[in-house]
Write a protein that binds this ligand. Structure first.
Ligand SMILES: Cc1ncc(COP(=O)(O)O)c(C=O)c1O
Length: 387
């Protein structure tokens, strides 16, 4: 088959975990591109386009994208290895499981980490951030835009405003693994220094690509390091010339990029940035899909994990099991109906709730009917479990 037309992926269960997500036939087909040299004149502009389109996705004119084979976790390593020098202070805002992991990663590279922990279902308050920043000087503040373990959405704009007002030099890093392309992000307007993400969630591509965009401020901090970068594979000293070469149309090599995945990424980014729906409409469609899932859950008597709607993500929903029921009552019944959701992840309440993802084509391509399929299956599974 030499074109995506006519290519149809095998029938499968609907994947509605909060990532990896359903991938379109077009993107999967692009991943099946014939093998190419990573320095060939045909491939170089494809990589260059991906760099430029990532700027559009996070709404930055100046940010420096890094596209590196790896998963979302590699973004944490990049931040820690390139921006932190051993013994420097970092403040991690914790709204779930992924705060602990980011903190652990920063400590691995020698950072002194303090965590500000919100209660389960909430994001850290601006007051708490302000007093922490007044009490101690931090080189870096990190937060999880959407914590995938809790479905809690943090207010990125407000966090960055607080940092700039109270501690203007502190770098602000946004973990956007579960938010990029599903939650609104304006990197330049909000003055965010790092946005890190991965291919397998809102960006609608199979897993395997770590994507990070660094601000001018972050690159200046990186360039004025006094000590050596503490990673080899994750070093921006190695990757910056490669990104610049690809963007300007020239071959360069440090470590082999995931060539086929870049073709798939190019197909998805082209759709996201250059066709309908627009990025703004995409965010709206995610909000609407989310509202449909959340309203149906409320009607079924299921309580959300986020304690206020302001804290609720638009790309996923986390729901407590009803009184007397658990994972074994609901999840296998959904699987039988062809629906794969995720169990709990937050260690303190792992067995008490489950998670539904509604990102990418599941939210945006309404004609697929994914959201309605999930709601119907959930209704039936609950009715069966309750009898
Ligand atoms: C918010 C968040 N950050 C980081 C990660 C780590 O990404 P990966 O599993 O791709 O390494 C995840 C994974 O789901 C995540 O949800």
């Amino acid at each position: 088959m030499s074109s995506a037309q006519g290519f149809k992926q095998a029938p499968h269960k609907l994947l509605v975990i909060p990532g990896p997500i359903e991938v379109s036939d077009e993107v999967l087909y692009a991943n099946a591109h014939p093998s190419m040299s990573h320095v060939s004149p045909d491939f170089i502009p494809v990589f260059g386009d991906c760099i430029r389109m990532m700027r559009t996705v996070v709404d930055t004119a100046q940010g420096q994208p890094f596209l590196i084979a790896g998963s979302g976790t590699l973004g944490w390593d990049q931040v820690a290895a390139n921006l932190i020098e051993p013994g420097e202070n970092a403040l991690v805002l914790h709204s779930g499981y992924f705060g602990d992991s980011f903190a652990d990663c920063l400590e691995t590279y020698g950072a002194n980490v303090d965590q500000l922990k919100a209660e389960i279902g909430a994001a850290v308050s601006q007051e708490a951030i302000e007093s922490a920043l007044k009490a101690k000087k931090y080189k870096l503040l990190t937060f999880t835009h959407v914590d995938t373990s809790t479905a809690v959405l943090s207010n990125a704009k407000a966090i960055a405003e607080t940092v700039r007002r109270v501690s203007p030099d502190t770098l602000v890093a946004l973990d956007g693994v579960c938010s990029v392309a599903s939650e609104e992000i304006h990197m330049d307007a909000w003055d965010i220094d790092i946005i890190l993400t991965a291919s397998q969630k809102g960006l609608g591509v199979p897993p395997g690509l770590s994507i990070l965009v660094a601000s001018n401020r972050a690159m200046q901090v990186f360039n004025s390091r006094k000590t050596r970068v503490t990673s080899y594979y994750g070093s921006w000293k190695k990757w910056l010339p490669i990104m610049k070469a690809y963007e300007s149309g020239n071959p360069a090599y440090f470590a082999t990029p995931p060539v086929n995945l870049i073709y798939a990424f190019h197909t998805s980014l082209s759709k996201i940035t250059q066709s309908t729906p627009s990025l703004a409409d995409r965010y709206k469609l995610h909000r609407e899909a989310s509202q449909r899932v959340k309203a149906a859950a409320t009607e079924l008597g299921l309580k959300q994990l986020p304690i206020e709607s302001d804290f609720a993500a638009n790309g996923m929903t986390a729901l407590y099991y009803p009184e007397g029921l658990g994972a074994a009552d609901i999840l296998p019944r959904l699987v039988k109906k062809g629906i794969v959701v995720a169990g709990g992840l937050h260690t303190a309440i792992k067995d008490k709730y489950f998670r539904i993802g509604h990102m990418g084509i599941t939210a945006v391509e309404e004609s697929r009917g994914d959201v309605e399929t999930v709601i119907k299956a959930l209704k039936e599974a609950l009715a069966e479990a309750r009898t």
